[in-house]
Ligand binder design. Sequence first.
Ligand code: NAD
Length: 283
Amino acid sequence: MTNIIDGRKIAKELNAKTKKRVEKLNAQGITPGIVVILIGDNPASIIYTRNKHRTAEKLGMKSILRKFPKDVSQTEVLQAIHHYNDDPTIHAILIQLPLPKHLNQTELIEAIAPEKDVDGFNSRNVGKLYNNEDGHYPVSCTSRGIMTLLHSYLDKIEGKNVTIIGRSILVSRPLQSLLINENATVTMVSLHTDNIDYYTKHADILVVAAGKPNLIKKDQVKPGATVIDVGINRTANHHLVGDVDFDDVKEVAENITPVPGGVGPMTIATLMQQTVDLCEWNR
Ligand code: NAD
């Protein structure tokens, strides 16, 4: 029987744990604080940042949604980042991506203090993850959320063959490191890969982060595989669909995430978890 991986339920449970941690910190006179920076008027970014801001408030954190117009200058955003780097009531800084084209994304991400880099995109934190360093550091929230989902449905990651479709720095590459650090064998495929089916059919765990609606069908999936669909695609009639043809693939997968209700809720819950982590690690 196929298990539908319930991202909403697991996110809710994680949020409940995070709320308890916030309450414990509150009792010591500490309030975890997050600032979410939104630049421009990308409709998806507006929804994501609103959800992040509201969830943080609901869990009892200090939450700031800092908005800038789409023509804001690089200097003005840098000044805001420096301001929040120096603000002891803020433990986590997130810049919602993608950014308007005139802004230098790398410079802005590198400007975030590594100990407040809640999405783990700063090169210092990326390097620590890549090197599998001991100690505490933030990692990509979507990737860590996917690991939480996998751990909820699988006994172990070690020894599994994993194929990741896509090689983005936001999701796929940090996920690759997290999986390798748990002794999985990871193959990454992209638009430049010949015969993608060869790699998908050998995967015990198939992660699809391509941004292509219904790209993956059941004849490309190993029977009994765990399938994680990261894609969020909006159809012409405003429905959300993933990169995996869910109804087709669920006939062969053992575990599969739906869209919506799979990876998406985990990204926000992990952001909340990691904000409290940063507060605890750096107080
Ligand atoms: P991206 O959009 O930056 O890059 C897509 C990658 O997929 C590229 O490496 C490309 O080579 C590869 N690719 C595209 N089409 C392919 C094909 N037909 N065959 C093989 N490879 C192909 O990647 P991203 O930022 O990781 O985003 C991927 C998807 O995940 C998007 O739909 C995005 O909206 C979604 N996303 C969801 C969450 C979440 O919280 N659920 C978070 C981040 C991104």
